[in-house]
Ligand binder design. Structure first.
Ligand SMILES: *Cc1c(COP(=O)(O)O)cnc(C)c1O
Length: 396
């Protein structure tokens, strides 16, 4: 082992599927003095964080808190609290994360009724409607709003509407969408929504904002069985996060400094404004795509379904996908993502999330790709990408 404090870590440019670049304001907040998690000052901070999360999720839900663990724990929180053994859940899968939802359902002792769509396609509301009509006694519909494995968005509003009409609760994954594209918890009528901090909120990984509708809270209160996870049992966590007038009771020690960071990142989101943040993600995406296409590369997903914050770029024939990523990291400190599952070796996943959705990121990324592709012997249209992206960015 190296007998020293942290070695000089490289300064990476994070443009993968998360984490994204963290702003110095957030890093500075993380380094502030640790105080007790029941300190009145910290309790006030918890209230501020809940209010800021309601802003980000566009909800009035009282039960809106950050779970003290990464996005996967937010996912698990939704499933273990809402689903009881023997129940049935319709799970939509159009990429990696829908498959994880199925795992969660089955580990709750429940049955997952799968609605499958191809990688690169959105969840098909017609198939969901048929599944809701064709199956009785369904407790919940679960789907991923922004599939990070493919860079595809699904119509969350339409899917929630179908579920509400059928009297079925919804569990919605917004880990990659929150802050990057509209997440309209209340307008959609979504019941249990979870997210993560390290994607478009640009915080370090490790926290998972969640929000629950009154219908979801009622369903939790009506449970016949105890939640299988002690740590994620919201009936216990709620007393800690929502206790009134200083009556918060100890459940676990909150990750105090991580929450300072989340607070600062959410403040920055509110300063910019959600709508402005969505617009920025869209503009950076348009510029990045213009640059890649000018280079002669192809986007994997059809335009109408593309997530601005996660861009799946096809690896040209004969190019070694991993070698290009290694070169990007070694020569430019640039991290992009590899393809997963069915798309392994076939795409790069280029993230434009939160702080990483900036003109500097777009232009740097295009220049680095151009260089790495040329070094790897790929036939590309050299010297065109910067101008194409700059023109999209309005930088003549
Ligand atoms: C990243 C991600 C998760 C998991 O979040 P972690 O913080 O890695 O646990 C879940 N769902 C989606 C869609 C994601 O992109």
């Amino acid at each position: 082992m190296r007998n020293q404090s942290l070695p000089d870590l490289p300064r990476r440019i994070l443009m993968g599927p998360g984490p994204s670049d963290v702003h110095p304001r957030v890093l500075a907040a993380l380094a502030r003095p640790t105080i007790g998690h029941l300190d009145p000052e910290f309790v006030a901070l918890m209230d501020d964080i809940k209010a800021l999360l309601r802003y980000a999720f566009r909800t009035e839900n009282a039960l809106t808190i950050p779970v003290s663990a990464p996005g996967s724990a937010g996912m698990e929180t939704c499933f273990v609290n809402l689903i009881e053994p023997g129940e049935r859940v319709i799970v939509c899968a159009n990429g990696v994360f829908g498959g994880r939802m199925k795992e969660n359902v089955e580990r709750c002792g429940a049955q997952a009724i799968m609605v499958q769509d191809e990688w690169g396609k959105a969840v098909d509301p017609a198939k969901v409607s048929a599944a809701l009509k064709g199956n009785a006694n369904v407790k919940a519909l679960a789907f991923v709003h922004a599939e990070t494995s493919t860079g595809v968005q699904s119509d969350a509003g339409a899917l929630c509407k179908l579920a509400r009409a059928a009297g079925v609760l919804t569990i919605v994954d917004t880990v990659t969408s929150l802050g990057g594209i509209p997440v309209e918890t209340d307008a959609w009528g979504a019941d249990a929504v979870y997210s993560g901090t390290q994607k478009c909120l640009s915080c370090p990984p490790g926290l998972s904002p969640v929000t629950f509708s009154t219908q979801a809270v009622d369903a939790i209160k009506k449970r016949k069985t105890k939640v299988q996870s002690w740590f994620l049992d919201l009936s216990l966590v709620m007393n800690y996060w929502t206790g009134q007038g200083g009556t918060r009771t100890y459940h676990h020690t909150a990750p105090v400094n991580a929450l300072y960071g989340l607070h600062e990142a959410l403040l920055m989101l509110r300063e910019e404004g959600l709508e402005a943040s969505w617009k920025r993600h869209g503009e950076m995406h348009a510029a990045l795509v213009a640059g890649f296409e000018a280079m002669g590369l192809k986007m994997k997903v059809e335009p109408a379904l593309r997530l601005p914050q996660l861009n799946a770029v096809e690896v040209p024939a004969g190019v070694d996908e991993a070698a290009v990523r290694r070169q990007l990291l070694a020569s430019f400190n640039l991290e992009v993502g590899a393809g997963l599952g069915a798309w392994a070796g076939k795409v790069w996943r280029v993230g434009l999330m939160g702080q990483s959705a900036s003109p500097v990121h777009v232009l740097t990324c295009l220049a680095a790709f151009e260089s790495a592709l040329q070094a790897g012997g790929a036939k590309i249209n050299a010297g065109k990408a910067q101008a194409a992206a700059r023109s999209r960015l309005g930088l003549a």
